[in-house]
Design a protein around this ligand. Structure first.
Ligand code: SAM
Ligand code: SF4
Length: 364
């Protein structure tokens, strides 16, 4: 199953060498015991959302964190500055829905101005983008992923439980017209929901310079639909379907998670397939997740959390924070299957380490 696991084994590697950072500090980069280096942080800046996607959270929402537990602007920027000292180069703001945070331009500007940070990205449902598109670009955003699972108004409504497909489509166009670099469209492709739109989404790349990313459905839906039927479509199935529809499709360059990435010759955009559930990319993992309430997660499939907020609010130093990141990643399992097995075996369920069932709770 693990296509990229070949270079990984259980033998600990030698400690990382010191890497000078752009901030002038010389600290070892963040690595795990399998030699993977982590240089990309995804920070959830809220657990709340203006949509209710059925594959993500129920109509009534999930148990949202109290506002005092959500990391502040200053804390978020401090986390980024601390991470930059240990080699983190890319930041993605996610959620919940990050555009509902009024300080989003400030966060983007602060992250972009942090020495060592080379890219600042956003994952959004796109509904509010028209209100802030220029501000986000001016603040230094270097990439945007807009989630859209259907181009049909009724189906969009059924999936997200809210209207808005036209707004999202207009806002994707707006991002392209405004000159946003790296515009991507995230599509969670599910059987019985939207798999019949695979061709429509692929065709969208003919005239739109976007990467359409088909993402495997994962069981982080707050126990709504994963268990109710056969909705999962594997990356392999999706790739085969794309290849049968477009036999002349060819490989294209992409990011680490875009393991399967193609382009129809002559078309403006690209198509990627993300094996989020089958986890064939764990060997290449470079991600750190920070939840909206300030916990570090070393894997999407682990329930283990490391409470950074507590350290910051108790007056902890940058070194204390770095030590917690190092601990979290020293304890990272070899892949997502192992992470899940370890968490299940531990039965993590106390008040600070609850199982979190929705993507909004695990650092989006
Ligand atoms: N609200 C923003 C959005 O929807 O883009 C950002 C947060 S959302 C949790 C981040 C990404 O996770 C979205 O692309 C969404 O489609 C995806 N996602 C949420 N739940 C998922 C699930 N159960 N399986 C696969 N992807 C999921
Ligand atoms: Fe909101 Fe994004 Fe979850 Fe949909 S996937 S409910 S837009 S956080």
């Amino acid at each position: 199953m693990l296509q990229n696991k070949a270079h990984l084994d259980d033998t600990p590697v030698t400690p990382p060498t010191v890497a000078p950072t752009a901030s002038g500090l010389s600290l070892p980069p963040l690595q795990d015991k399998f030699g993977r280096t982590f240089d990309y942080v995804r920070i959830a800046i809220t657990d709340r959302c203006n949509l209710r996607c059925t594959y993500c959270m129920p109509e009534e929402g999930v148990e949202f964190g109290h506002k005092d537990t959500i990391i502040t602007t200053a804390e978020t920027l401090r986390i980024i500055a601390v991470l930059a000292k240990i080699g983190i180069k890319k930041v993605r703001f996610t959620g919940g829905e990050p555009t509902i945070r009024k300080d989003l331009p400030q966060l983007i500007a602060g992250a972009a101005a942090t020495p060592g940070i080379k890219g600042v990205h956003l994952t959004t449902n796109g509904l509010l983008l028209h209100r802030m598109a220029k501000d986000l670009l001016a603040a230094g955003l270097t990439g945007i992923n807009i989630s859209l699972d259907s181009m049909d108004a009724d189906r969009f409504m059924r999936i997200t439980r809210r209207p808005g497909v036209e707004t999202v489509l207009n806002n994707i166009q707006l991002a392209l017209d405004a000159g946003y670099p790296r515009v991507k469209v995230n599509v969670v492709l599910m059987r019985g929901f939207n798999e019949d739109e695979l061709e429509k989404f692929t065709c969208y790349t003919k005239d739109h310079a976007v990467t359409v990313r088909f993402i495997e459905f994962m069981p982080f839906d707050a126990d709504q639909i994963w268990g109710t039927g056969d909705h999962f479509a594997s990356a392999e199935t999706i790739v085969n379907k794309i290849k049968s529809l477009y036999p002349n499709i060819g490989p294209a360059p992409g990011t680490r998670t875009e393991h399967h990435i193609f382009k129809v010759p002559g078309w403006a955009g690209k198509i990627a397939v993300i094996p989020a559930f089958t986890r064939s990319l764990c060997g290449n993992c470079s991600r750190i997740r920070v939840t909206a309430d300030g916990s570090i997660r070393n894997c999407l499939y682990s329930d283990e959390q490391y409470n950074l907020r507590q350290i910051m609010r108790a007056g902890g130093s940058d070194d204390d924070m770095i030590a917690l990141f190092r601990k979290a990643f020293a304890e990272k399992a070899i892949d997502g299957y192992e992470s899940k097995k370890l968490s299940d075996a531990k039965g993590i369920l106390d008040t600070t380490q609850q199982h979190r069932g929705s993507m909004t709770q695990i650092g989006g």
